[in-house]
Design a protein around this ligand. Structure first.
Ligand code: ZN
Length: 126
């Protein structure tokens, strides 16, 4: 089983190379920020999380909870959702804009690229 905030997953590497090629520079996994965002753009004051659908309970079929051991999984996954929400709230309070990308949505590269660039170019602060 992967860790909750697993680092350097395939979708993450893909997204990193896509952003790098678009000319943006970032820092990785800054532990001093709530939730250790996967990508941090210090000058833009923006962060990106690349979330695994299961661990962060995306509303898609990848997030299916196993039938066995539900009493183990349910509270654990609920805790993850709560923690994600709290981390986002904290980051926004600190003046960071937050974009969450889901692993299942990394297949369409063009859509993904557009979404990321729109986010990084936007002037809207939260
Ligand atoms: Zn998903």
């Amino acid at each position: 089983m992967r860790r909750i905030r697993s680092k350097n997953t395939a979708p993450e590497l893909l997204i990193r190379s896509l952003i790098f090629k678009s000319g943006y520079r970032y820092r990785l996994h800054r532990k001093d920020l709530p939730g250790t965002p996967d990508l941090v753009f210090p000058k833009l004051h923006k962060v990106i999380f690349i979330n695994g659908c299961f661990w962060h309970q995306h509303k898609c079929k990848e997030a299916h909870i196993p039938k066995s051991n539900r009493e183990y999984w349910l509270p654990k996954l609920e805790q993850n959702i709560t923690r994600d929400k709290e981390n986002c709230k904290k980051l926004r309070k600190m003046g960071w804009s937050v974009l969450v990308l889901w692993e299942c949505k990394t297949e369409n590269l063009n859509t993904l690229r557009r979404k990321i660039i729109e986010f990084l170019n936007s002037e809207i602060v939260n």
